[in-house]
Design a protein around this ligand. Sequence first.
Ligand code: SF4
Length: 280
Amino acid sequence: MIKVNGKLKCSRCGYREEDAGKGMEESTVENRDGMFPFSEVRDGQREFLEDCREAVKNGKHLIAHAPTGIGKTAAALTAAMEDSIENDRVTFFLTSKRSQHRIAVETVKKMDDRRIRLVDVISKQEMCPREESKMPYPVFSKICEEMVKTGKCEHYRRNNDEVVSEIISEPMHVEELVELSKRYGVCPYKVALTASAHANAVVCDYTIIFTDLSEKFFTRMKRSLDDINIIVDEAHNLPERLRMDLRSFLSIKTLQEARKAVGEDGLMAGIIRRIENGLE
Ligand code: SF4
């Protein structure tokens, strides 16, 4: 990028800072390029779109660094969704920001294609309609797990077929999914997971793919890693974000269990007891 009259300009593709957002009017299905949701694919954006299509077609990784406003999200989603529809695959749009969830869902909505089945999902705690969701995460998580196991969460127990079909029939934002689930008195997170088995687009957090949550998710979806396209939004944040999420916590209870497992009297038990004392 170079600066011309104080504005950024790309010397390669000609993109200018002041062009951000231009050509972003909604397209009609007749005049558009593939599933691209806007009326005009700009020059720099066209190169990026073709690179995305190429990468998806050949199963390659593409790392893109381009200015805000060039339309990276629309181009990446277009290429990935074209492939998902054509080849019965699922596009995952991963982001840690709620604002990006909205943009991704809006972009897919504008593709205006009846074959799109989208699920927008955030964390279980953020989606949970129960009072218990206001508790700190480890407490909420344990309570939710117990209630599911013992059948005490009526939201989880209720049949959610109707809500699932509604979600699949029309792309909607996670807030709408939660509201709809509340109206039916069902668990929104369970609804999202069930609906994902029918989806060809999922907007979710990085953790769904990059932690052991992925196993649960893929089992529900009856899919494997080979069946998906992944778009990582703001991928430069990914390593730090995953390090934060995958931190381990050592509790006294875990240490007590470890002490029992190694036998109370051995050297290891002594070391564990000392750590326990320190924590206490
Ligand atoms: S099962 Fe769903 S509704 Fe019930 S506590 Fe867990 S997240 Fe909340």
